[in-house]
Write a protein that binds this ligand. Structure first.
Ligand code: 5RP
Length: 220
C-alpha cells in the first residue's frame, strides 16, 4: 500500500510549474517529493534547499541547487510539518531545519504543506515546539521560556547525549506540554527572547495549501 506521506508528496507535484525554481523543505515526506521531482528534473530549473539533508537528496536526484540570495522570491515552497491546525498553522522543526524552512516559506508566494493524517490537530502543542537557539543563550532562553509559558523546554540531544547541532551551528530546545491557543501571539513573544534564532511555529506565515495524503488526497 502506498504510504499517506508519499500520496501527499506526489500530489504536490501538480503545483510545480515548468521552468521554475522550487523551495524544498526537509523530512521523510519531503524525501518522497524530491524523488518525484527528480523524475521531472529536466522540466525545472532547480531548487532552493532548506537543509544539508535535502541538498544531498536533491543532488542525488540530479536537481541543481540554487542560493536564495540569487533567486529572489520563489513561486512555490513544498514542505512537511509535525502538526497542522484547521487554520493551516503549523509546528515544524522535528528534523531541526526550522530556521531555513522559515526563511524559504517567507520568500515564497505559495507554501504547499504535505502531511499524513496523523499530523492534523485541533490545537497545536501536543508535538513539542522546537526553538533554535544560539549556543551561549541556551540556559537563558530555557529559563525565559519556562517563566513565560510554564511549559518545559528540553535541550534536544542525540543518542549519545550530545546536543543536536543544526545546519546553522545552533542548538534546539523542544517545549513540551503546551496547548497553543494563540499561535501568532506565542510565536511573536518567543521571537523576542534574545538568543532565539527561530521558533518552529508557522502561524504568522501559515501554509497556503495543505495536502493530506490519502486515496484520494485531501486538499485544504
Ligand atoms: C523538519 C520538519 C519536517 O517537515 C517535519 O519534522 C515533518 O517531518 P516528516 O515529513 O519526516 O514527518 O519540519 O524540520
Amino acid at each position: 500500500m502506498t504510504s499517506a506521506k508519499r500520496l501527499a508528496a506526489e500530489k504536490a507535484i501538480e503545483y510545480v510549474e515548468a521552468g521554475s525554481i522550487i523551495g524544498v523543505g526537509t523530512g521523510s515526506t519531503v524525501a518522497h517529493f524530491i524523488e518525484a521531482l527528480g523524475r521531472m528534473r529536466d522540466r525545472i530549473k532547480g531548487a532552493v534547499s532548506s537543509s544539508e539533508q535535502s541538498s544531498e537528496l536533491l543532488r542525488s536526484a540530479g536537481i541543481e541547487i540554487h542560493d536564495l540570495n540569487a533567486t529572489g522570491p520563489l513561486a512555490l515552497y513544498v514542505d512537511g510539518a509535525d502538526e497542522c491546525d484547521p487554520h493551516k498553522r503549523l509546528i515544524k522543526g522535528g528534523g531541526g531545519a526550522l530556521t531555513r524552512e522559515k526563511i524559504i516559506a517567507e520568500a515564497s508566494a505559495r507554501f504547499v504543506c504535505i502531511v499524513d493524517p496523523s499530523k492534523q490537530v485541533d490545537v497545536l502543542g501536543r508535538f513539542p515546539l522546537p526553538v533554535e537557539v544560539i549556543p551561549m543563550a541556551r540556559s537563558l532562553v530555557a529559563r525565559e521560556i519556562l517563566a513565560m509559558t510554564r511549559a518545559q523546554p528540553v535541550w534536544r540531544q542525540d543518542a549519545n547525549e550530545r546536543g543536536v547541532v543544526t545546519d546553522n551551528g545552533n542548538l534546539i530546545l523542544d517545549i513540551h506540554g503546551m496547548s497553543i491557543t494563540d499561535p501568532v501571539a506565542l510565536e511573536s513573544a518567543l521571537n523576542q527572547i534574545p538568543g532565539v534564532v527561530a521558533v518552529g511555529l508557522f502561524a504568522r506565515r501559515p501554509a497556503d495549501i495543505v495536502i493530506v495524503g490519502g486515496e484520494p488526497p485531501q486538499i485544504l
